[in-house]
Design a binder for this molecule. Structure first.
Ligand SMILES: *Cc1c(COP(=O)(O)O)cnc(C)c1O
Length: 433
């Protein structure tokens, strides 16, 4: 596809996307009324399913037992990091800074534990209900028994991923007993493939980008009616699994005595790949917490897929390759050139805006987070920090003492220590320049 000049005339910021200049894009449709395809009831349906499965998760994944099978991450105040941030920036941050530490989520150590695991639970419940006498009020720990493992072994689950979605889906699906196949793009880290194989997952490797691998995986899964394909480019179940974060964060804000109203805005900074996880989370936050919590997406300058899709209104009909970008980034979780079919559509009125950043910047923040707070995240997961400065520059009203800024740290805890160390040293070298 050659770039349509009228598109650039209508959306001049595309020029900066093409030249890989970091931008702040303010969504002109933000806050307008819209007919959304989902409601609060859909979120509470997902909440109830997670609750039914909690006894199963506590049994099958002992790391979740102390939380009684609830998969949730802490909200952590970053007072030291805020101090550091203010030393480095001219425009000081007046409000409070927090980290939503999904890097610590059990099972995959990433935000994908929300959506990916949820979709596997939903499929397992359907198979069990269709073929056994499982009742909604039963203790679902029974699903870990041999009888159910034998049943699940007749079914398959397939997913395409740059890494973390495969980790969350693969580990849980294989534990249920499903025949599990993950299709990995060229960005996928070796340790993620090793981890999956060690869990009995079939790992198919492709030397191409995520968007191409999704098509391959979707076509392969279609061949077998007993295989459920988890479609990162448009799955409603993934989306609603992520949206449950809305009810969880509402409770945590209350525990931390963080007010959310007109005079106390809360801004959440979310890294976006295909756009599924940040959109699902944002939908949940808006639906549950309301209009005074605001979301900003963060994308690499080489892969601004959701920004490009939403800016032009073309959503999944346009990819970063169409404007001549290479789609390459060290933030493997964000290496997705074409956005999801769902993300841009649902976010049209719910997203405040988005920013793009250069890869080096996330390494600096990753190292500073380690130095100031002793928290380790993967490169993608530090992306939220890159949006704070553009946001408060462009929306000064949100740089008030009463504001709260929440960086969503989307992954990291499963990283091998040698990788963590290499990332840390890279950031340190950049900071010392
Ligand atoms: C997947 C992922 C994201 C982005 O989620 P999308 O649903 O692809 O937008 C961000 N950070 C990490 C660490 C991820 O694994």
């Amino acid at each position: 596809m050659t770039i349509d000049q009228s598109l650039i005339t209508r959306h001049p910021q595309i020029k900066q996307l093409i030249s890989r200049t970091p931008i702040f894009w303010q969504n002109p449709d933000y806050g307008q009324s819209a007919n959304l395809p989902f409601s609060k009831a859909d979120i509470f349906d997902a909440v109830a399913r997670w609750e039914r499965f909690a006894p199963y998760l506590a049994l099958a994944f002992p790391e979740t037992a102390k939380m009684h099978g609830v998969i949730e991450s802490p909200l952590i105040e970053l007072d030291q990091m805020k101090q550091r941030w203010n030393e480095d920036h001219l425009n000081k941050l007046a409000g409070q800074l927090y980290l939503k530490a999904d890097n610590q989520l059990p099972i995959s150590g990433s935000i994908k534990s929300r959506g990916g695991i949820y979709e596997v639970l939903k499929f397992a419940e359907k198979v069990a209900m269709d073929h056994t006498d499982l009742a909604y009020m039963d203790n679902y720990a029974v699903l870990a028994s041999d009888r159910y493992k034998k049943l699940f072994a007749n079914y398959g689950i397939a997913v395409a991923s740059t890494g973390n979605l495969a980790l969350s889906v693969g580990i849980v699906a294989a534990t249920f007993g499903f025949k599990t196949t993950v299709y990995m793009s060229h960005d996928a880290k070796q340790w993620k493939k090793d981890e999956l194989r060690a869990n009995g997952v079939t790992v198919m490797e492709y030397d191409t980008n995520f968007s191409a691998v999704v098509s391959i995986a979707r076509a392969a899964a279609k061949q077998d009616p007993k295989v459920h394909f988890i479609d990162d480019e448009g799955s409603i179940d993934l989306f609603l699994g992520y949206a449950v974060a809305g009810v969880r964060l509402q409770e945590q804000l209350k525990q931390h005595h963080i007010k959310v109203d007109r005079d106390h805005p809360v801004v959440v900074y979310l890294p976006a790949g295909v756009g599924g996880s940040p959109s699902g989370v944002t939908f949940g936050l808006k639906e549950i917490i309301g209009p005074y919590i605001h979301a900003v997406f963060c994308e690499p300058t080489h892969v601004p897929s959701v920004t490009l899709g939403m800016m032009t209104g073309l959503n999944e009909k346009i990819s970063v390759y169409d404007i001549g970008l290479d789609g390459l980034t060290a933030a493997d979780g964000l290496a997705v050139g074409r956005p999801s079919r769902l993300a841009g559509k649902v976010m049209r009125t719910l997203l405040l805006g988005s920013v793009t950043f250069e890869d080096n910047v996330i390494y600096r923040y990753l190292t500073q987070l380690m130095d100031t707070q002793q928290i380790t995240v993967e490169p993608s997961a530090a992306a939220g920090f890159t949006a704070i400065e553009p946001l408060i520059d462009h929306v000064p009203a949100f740089n008030s003492q009463n504001a709260t800024h929440i960086v969503w740290a989307t992954g990291g805890d499963m990283m091998p220590t040698d990788e963590q160390k290499a990332d840390y040293l890279k950031g340190q070298a950049l900071l010392n320049k």
